[in-house]
Design a protein around this ligand. Structure first.
Ligand SMILES: [Zn+2]
Ligand SMILES: [Zn+2]
Length: 177
């Protein structure tokens, strides 16, 4: 599938955010920002207050809600909730050598940069390629979400790990039967 690079990467950021492990670390959001700091203007402060961490969680929940929605009406409603949190201020840049667009003001607080990038990246993929491109992993023990970039939209698992684990499980189940 032929995504615009930045749009594609921005939707991956959205998926990573939705799948971030929030249970094991109260500072999960700041850790997430540090792990993805290439997305934010240099010198952006990456520390978050507890209230900001809750806002990051709300954004993650909305991304997940879009991915698990199973009708176009639902997807549109949830996408618009997410877009309402975005503060788009697009600008063109070639900071990495390639001319491309950024969606948020370079001097915006990190949470605005994150929410705007995630909302715009997700919306772009849904609008251009269809809401069915987002889904939730079919593995029994996993509920991570994914974006399906396969040519024939055949993806069912969040990762190769889940796909092969499920293949093995299905094989064992067949053998037992
Ligand atoms: Zn860039
Ligand atoms: Zn999975």
């Amino acid at each position: 599938m032929d995504y615009d690079t930045y749009g594609s990467n921005a939707v991956e950021l959205a998926i990573h955010l939705a799948n971030a492990d929030r249970a094991s670390d109260p500072d999960w959001a700041a850790a997430f920002l540090r792990a993805h700091d290439e997305w934010f203007t240099p010198e952006t402060a990456l520390d978050l207050s507890p209230a900001e961490t809750r806002r990051a969680a709300a954004t993650a929940d909305l991304v997940r809600a879009v991915a698990v929605a199973d009708s176009q009406d639902d997807v549109i409603a949830r996408l618009n909730e997410l877009l309402a949190l975005a503060r788009p201020h697009p600008y063109a840049t070639d900071h990495d050598g390639e001319l491309h667009l950024h969606y948020a003001r370079p001097d915006a607080p990190v949470l605005d940069q994150l929410t705007t990038t995630v909302a715009m990246g997700l919306s772009q993929v849904v609008a251009q390629h269809g809401w069915q491109r987002l889904g939730v992993c079919s593995a029994e023990t996993c509920d991570d979400v994914y974006v399906d970039t396969s040519r024939n939209a055949s993806r069912r698992y969040c990762s190769n790990t889940c796909a092969s684990r499920s293949t093995v499980a299905a094989y064992r189940a067949r053998r037992k039967a």
